[in-house]
Ligand binder design. Structure first.
Ligand SMILES: Cc1ncc(COP(=O)(O)O)c(C=O)c1O
Length: 406
């Protein structure tokens, strides 16, 4: 065959390539693709062995990339996992999960046991908080929430039983950027595991494993899939943590359908160009919102006023299309008038697809360690791939409706 990209597993050879090149070649091994450009979709449960000896040999090896049984995947899933691993220099491997939340749960259950304490950022995604407050609590694992701006001060709250620190930067509702290197330094000095929900930045704008994070989590549902047509999550881990992560996912029977894995692999090929377009559109809309009198604040890490902006400049290589803005004090009904009449923004959860979305957000009830104070109601926007001028015109009409309904 030999028509696929030059690639050998685990040889580290792809580390010197630029991300755009890795996105195109990742996972497209000739032995998986044959003469076809894309890894094919294998639908499989039973995998047949040559003879009893081969069956026995395979069961004993349990290695990545070995055909064994459908639940362990086929080249369709392996190609995606390998492509994601290549985006994180220093990583050993990637486990796929049926959703971002399943990936978060799988990572936490790998590194925590009864009696441990988890330090969790207060700006974390709501369902992650719910998992900690219900499942982990029920297992005797305590969660303590910390201020997203804590930085090196985390050393002062680390306890005897602290086994892991979870970060999400920027927070996906309120967009505080964390001092990840400072927190990682404290964690490493104390032998504490770090986990990062890196869904906003993706490895393109923040390679988490190279920054010292042990387990880098993505809700691939967002920018990796990129077209709002599949749910998927991933955890990419260091050599020290990958074997335990893999073992835990096998014990829980985690599995991703080949169709969804294929859609994610397909989305991945265009990630770099899509992210730059989301970034440009997002910044155009965010800067315009800043000029509007009805807007009390714009929460966008690439804008100087945003909490953690200096950290974003220092640590990240780009911004994606998700941010929020705060209105100047009108009632929630005026916010609804703004959102309900938008032509180009859908009203719905998730983000990272090609389409723009607007979501009313009320972060106050989702915090326990810090207070949320804002001049008025807030709206989270995902800026899709439409022309920003059309989105701005749409939002301008929305702000007029807001003013009329105040
Ligand atoms: C930051 C963040 N992490 C994780 C998730 C969960 O991903 P999924 O919806 O695929 O479970 C989301 C979903 O909105 C998210 O915004």
């Amino acid at each position: 065959m030999g028509r696929g990209p030059d690639h050998t597993e685990g040889d580290g050879m792809s580390d010197d390539l630029r991300d755009e090149t890795k996105l195109v070649s990742g996972g497209r091994r000739p032995e998986w693709t044959g003469p076809i450009v894309n890894p094919p979709i294998h639908r499989a449960s039973t995998i047949l062995f040559e003879d009893c000896a081969a069956l026995k040999h395979g069961a004993g090896r349990n290695a990545d990339g070995d055909f064994h049984y459908g639940r362990r995947g086929t080249p369709t899933q392996w190609a995606l996992a390998e492509a994601l691993t290549e985006l994180e220099p220093g990583a050993e491997g990637t486990i796929l999960y049926p959703s971002g939340v399943a990936a978060i749960a799988g990572a936490l259950l790998t590194v925590l046991k009864s009696g441990d304490e988890l330090l969790m950022v207060d700006s974390v995604y709501g369902p992650t908080r719910a998992f900690c407050d219900t499942v982990l609590r029920g297992m005797g694992i305590a969660t303590r929430y910390y201020d997203p701006s804590i930085g090196a001060g985390i050393a002062e709250i680390v306890g005897e039983r602290t086994a892991a620190i979870f970060l999400e930067s920027p927070g996906s509702l309120t967009f505080e950027v964390q001092d990840i290197p400072a927190i990682v330094a404290v964690a490493k000095a104390r032998g504490i595991v770090t986990l990062l929900d890196n869904t906003w930045a993706t490895p393109l704008f923040f390679p988490a494993i190279a920054a010292g994070i042990d387990l880098a989590i993505l809700a691939c549902t967002k920018y990796i899939v990129g077209h709002s047509d599949a749910m998927l999550g991933s955890v990419t881990a260091t050599p020290a943590h990958y074997p335990a992560l893999r073992r835990m996912s096998q014990l829980f029977g985690q599995y991703v359908s080949p169709d969804d894995a294929y859609l994610a692999s397909r989305g991945l090929r265009t990630l770099a160009v899509r992210l730059r377009a989301h970034e440009a559109g997002g910044l155009a809309v965010a800067r315009w919102l800043e000029t509007r009198p009805e807007v009390a604040g714009v929460l966008h890490p690439a804008l100087p006023g945003c909490p953690g902006h200096a950290l974003w400049v220092r640590d990240f290589t780009g911004a994606t299309g998700l941010f929020a803005f705060i209105l100047d004090g009108g009632p929630a009904s005026a916010r609804a008038a703004l959102i309900d009449g938008l032509r180009h923004f859908g009203i719905g959860y998730s983000w990272g697809g090609y389409e723009s979305l607007a979501l009313p957000i009320d972060p106050a009830g989702l915090r326990t360690a810090t207070a949320w104070q804002a001049a008025g109601p807030a709206i989270r926007l995902h800026i899709g791939l439409e022309h920003p001028d059309d989105l701005i015109a749409d939002l301008a009409a929305g702000l007029d409706r807001y003013t009329e309904s105040k």
